[in-house]
Design a protein around this ligand. Structure first.
Ligand SMILES: [Zn+2]
Ligand SMILES: [Zn+2]
Length: 194
C-alpha cells in the first residue's frame, strides 16, 4: 500500500497528456471511501475491487477478538461471527487522511499478516501483509456509499456453532477456487500495469 498523504497531484492531472489521464481515471473509478468511527482516518480505494467476501476462519475470529478488546473499539464482526472484507489490489488503496494514526496488530510476533487499526478510535480498517500477497482486505463495515455486492461466505467450517448462514451469497467450507482465480488474475493485471 502506498501511503500517499493528501492526493496532491490530482489537481494538476489536466495539465498532462489528456487521453492517458482519462484512461487512467476510468480504471480508478469508482472511488470508494472508508473512514474510522471518529473520522480522523480515511482510506480511498480505486476501481473495481478484486472480491467481496465474509470470512469465518479462526485467524479472522482471533483478529476480531484482539481488536474488539481495545478501548472503545466497535464490533469488527457481523453478529453471525463472520468478518466482511472488500479486497483491493494494494496499488489501488491508500490512506488519504490520518496515516500517522494507523497501528498494526499481529496475531503472533512472527505473523506476516497485519490488522491495521486507527489509533484515534480503535476502528479496524484493513488487513495487509509484510510481504507476499498483493492485496489488501479492507473491513467492509468502514465503507460508505454504494458497496459492491457480497460474493461469498468463506471458511464456513470454522463458523460459530449454531450459526445458520443466510443464503444471500454462496458459502464455502474453505477457500473457493473462484476467489483464488480472481486473486491470480488481479496479480497478473497488476504485473502488466493494467
Ligand atoms: Zn478514528
Ligand atoms: Zn479469515
Amino acid at each position: 500500500m502506498y501511503w500517499r498523504m493528501a492526493p496532491c497531484n490530482r489537481g494538476v492531472s489536466g495539465q498532462r497528456g489528456q487521453s492517458h489521464d482519462d484512461r487512467r481515471q476510468m480504471t480508478r473509478l469508482p472511488i470508494m471511501t472508508a473512514t474510522c468511527a471518529c473520522g480522523a482516518v480515511e482510506l480511498e480505494a480505486f476501481g473495481r475491487p478484486i472480491a467481496s467476501a465474509v470470512c469465518y476462519c479462526d485467524d479472522c475470529r482471533k483478529g476480531a477478538d484482539q481488536i474488539e478488546a481495545l478501548p472503545g473499539a466497535g464490533a469488527v464482526r457481523d453478529p453471525d461471527g463472520g468478518t466482511a472484507y472488500i479486497l483491493y489490489r494494494k496499488d489501488r488503496i491508500e490512506c488519504s487522511k490520518g496515516a500517522d494514526l494507523l497501528r498494526r496488530y499481529k496475531l503472533k510476533e512472527t505473523s506476516i499478516t497485519n490488522r491495521v487499526v486507527a489509533a484515534c478510535c480503535n476502528s479496524a480498517l484493513f488487513m495487509n501483509f509484510d510481504r507476499g500477497p498483493h492485496w489488501v482486505s479492507a473491513y467492509r463495515a468502514r465503507f460508505a456509499g454504494d458497496l459492491p455486492p457480497l460474493q461469498a461466505r468463506i471458511c464456513t467450517k470454522s463458523k460459530p456453532d449454531g450459526v445458520v448462514l443466510p443464503d444471500d451469497a454462496p458459502s464455502y467450507r474453505g477457500y473457493p477456487p473462484g476467489l483464488l482465480v480472481k486473486l491470480l488474475a488481479s496479480r497478473v493485471a497488476m504485473a502488466l500495469g493494467r
